[in-house]
Write a new protein. Structure first.
Lengths: 419, 175
């Protein structure tokens, strides 16, 4: 099955860091159109129906309109490149292969909201990407795409690269902003939202790498063209990361609405060594685990929600018949215990208790009532935690309770055997 | 070979190192927002760690309270309170790598280096750590060795990799 490349268009066909090479394949055309009528950008993005690609799916045009409307002496555009969700590496591919498309998207976003400074918050785990971005940013400056007078328009905007230091929670936008300010990356209480009061209290547009990298094509070809792809409620393409027990793991770009089966069979090549597919974790480590019987689910947020899957940032981790789900749940919950920032109690104290209960099932020592406790605690965290980390940490467990209840049988002989 | 206690590595922090630390941090006096970039840079000259005397020097040179530095350096996994080996091996243990057999790869690293995860080799050359997702799920199981990702790891490849890293370090003049 052929990919439909918008964000990754021409990737691999030119020198990624070169602004001129990117221009030669049509790059920076969207920016030139945007510069001709900056006031229209937000309306165009709204009309395109573009929604955030970082996991939450918030309408990008609407988000832009808040920052555009806010009055301030400085406004910021922050690119969330803290791609920390296990099972996701699509932003890495964008930054490595088409860094100028991200830079172009950030300039368009800055023009749209009236920002004068941009930041790329790149996770420390990507030192190899840092080198690519540094080169690309320098080349963009040298060719007049960044600086005090972008392409002779009088518009001033520059981008600074900021390297995180290893904290999953910094993918949450307000935690990311605190980290950018030199502090521990702990989520803030919202409202106010960053669009109105973000970095140093100024209006700040925070967008995911992939979201920003969609802006150039929308500006170049228009909203109508963009809406040809994807679904009515989630237009465009999406980068999907396939990982786990799959023959061809990797990042692939397809229109939103492609089915999991198409990606699993036609793109991913199925499980290696003729093994049978058992389960799929959708939407990353904090997403739902679904059975192989739901392979025909289309990958768009509405269809995923409908069956109990997670669209998230488009991650699919495949697990074959040899996988022990309790082992996977233990690993995932250990991750959340470690990465909880500790600011709010339900997450700080809830995750270790989830882990304790999962381990009881895994070691075959669970008793009557433990499953009820597990579900009750998970649901309490979903509503009680301050940010997405704690709210979504119970997802894998609750979805396994729903789709694979046999795993939680008390005195589970299988669990004792594998532990 | 036993893993060296990190305490033994402390003498590495000499006057010369502290002078460099003060110079780096001093460039950002009154800019507490620059603390994370400064800690990255400082850690590189101070033996891959930020022990208390280094943190104190940063505190004085930047005008940031020591408590603030401690709060930040202990929050992020890329900062260490103690010096670490010259080469940092970070093996990803998160789910996509886990289900592809990270456990066996970790044991292979431990055997090849003669240390456990979290320890440093006696010669101060290697520190072995496990870490959360490094975004190399397309080549899992994977490890980040300093700035380079090594993917599709097998037990054999681990032996070869450690060997190659040792040889390269010898060429560079040893630990």
């Amino acid at each position: 099955m052929e990919e439909t490349r918008v964000v990754l268009d021409k990737a691999g066909e030119f020198l990624p860091t070169s602004a001129r090479a990117y221009e030669a394949v049509g790059g920076y055309t969207g920016l030139r159109k945007a510069l001709a009528d900056p006031d229209q950008i937000v309306e165009i993005i709204k009309a395109s129906g573009l929604r955030g690609r970082g996991g939450a799916g918030f309408p990008t045009g609407l988000k832009m309109s808040f920052t555009k409307a806010a009055a301030a002496d400085h406004k910021y555009v922050v690119c969330n490149a803290d791609e920390g969700e296990p099972g996701t590496n699509k932003d890495r591919v964008i930054m490595e292969e088409v860094p100028h498309r991200l830079i172009e998207g950030m300039i368009i976003a800055a023009l749209a909201v009236g920002a004068d400074q941009g930041y790329i918050y790149l996770r420390a785990e990507y030192p190899h990407v840092k080198k690519v971005l540094e080169k690309a940013l320098e080349d963009a400056r040298q060719h007049g795409f960044l600086g005090t007078d972008i392409l002779g328009s009088g518009f001033a905007f520059d981008i600074q690269l900021f390297i995180g230091a290893g904290a999953y929670v910094c993918g949450e936008e307000t935690a990311l902003l605190d980290s950018l300010e030199g502090k521990r990356g702990e989520p803030r209480v919202k409202p106010p939202y960053p669009g109105v009061a973000g970095l140093w209290g100024k209006p700040t547009l925070v967008n995911n790498v992939e979201t920003l990298a969609n802006l150039p094509a929308i500006m170049e070809h228009g909203p109508k063209w963009y809406r040809r792809l994807g679904t009515e409620r989630f237009p465009g393409t999406k980068l999907f990361t396939l990982s786990g027990n799959i023959t061809n793991p990797g990042v692939y770009e397809f229109p939103v609405g492609v089915t999991i089966r198409q990606l699993f069979e036609e793109v991913g090549g199925g499980c290696p060594n003729g093994k049978r597919l058992y389960a799929i974790q959708t939407g990353g480590a904090s997403g739902n685990i679904i059975p192989a019987s739901l392979l025909d689910t289309p990958l768009d947020p509405e269809s995923c929600d409908g069956v109990g899957a997670t669209f998230g940032a488009g991650d699919l981790m495949f697990m074959d018949e040899t996988c022990c789900l309790l082992d996977v749940l233990e690993n995932l919950t250990e991750f959340f215990v470690k990465e909880s920032c500790g600011k709010c109690c339900p997450c700080r104290e809830g995750n270790p208790q989830l882990l304790h209960l999962v381990r009881k099932f895994r070691h075959g020592t669970a008793q009557e009532g433990d499953l009820d406790l597990l579900v009750e605690l998970g649901k309490a965290m979903t509503v009680g935690c301050l940010c997405g980390l704690g709210q979504m940490a119970p997802n894998p467990i609750l979805s396994v309770v729903r789709f694979f209840p046999q795993v939680f049988a008390v005195n589970n002989a299988y669990a004792r055997e594998v532990s | 070979m036993q893993g060296a206690a990190r305490e033994e590595l402390r003498p590495q922090i000499d006057e010369e190192v502290l002078r460099k630390v003060a110079e780096i941090a001093g460039r950002w006096k009154g800019r507490p927002d620059m603390l994370i970039p400064v800690l990255h840079e400082v850690q590189e000259v101070a033996g891959n760690g930020i022990p208390k005397e280094v943190a104190k020097t940063v505190s004085e040179a930047m005008g940031v309270p020591l408590a603030q530095i401690y709060s930040v350096q202990t929050f992020y996994s890329f900062f260490s309170k103690e010096p670490r080996g010259k080469i940092l091996i970070r093996l990803c243990k998160t789910a996509p790598c886990h289900i592809k057999g990270t456990k066996r790869i970790l044991e292979a690293f431990e055997r090849a280096l003669g240390i456990q995860a979290g320890e440093t080799t006696e010669d101060g050359l290697f520190t072995l750590e496990t870490c959360e997702c490094i975004g190399a799920c397309d080549v899992s199981p994977a490890a980040l060795v300093d700035d380079t990702v090594y993917g599709h790891l097998t037990e054999e490849k681990v032996v070869e990799l450690v060997q190659a890293l040792r040889e390269r370090a010898d060429l560079d003049g040893g630990a």
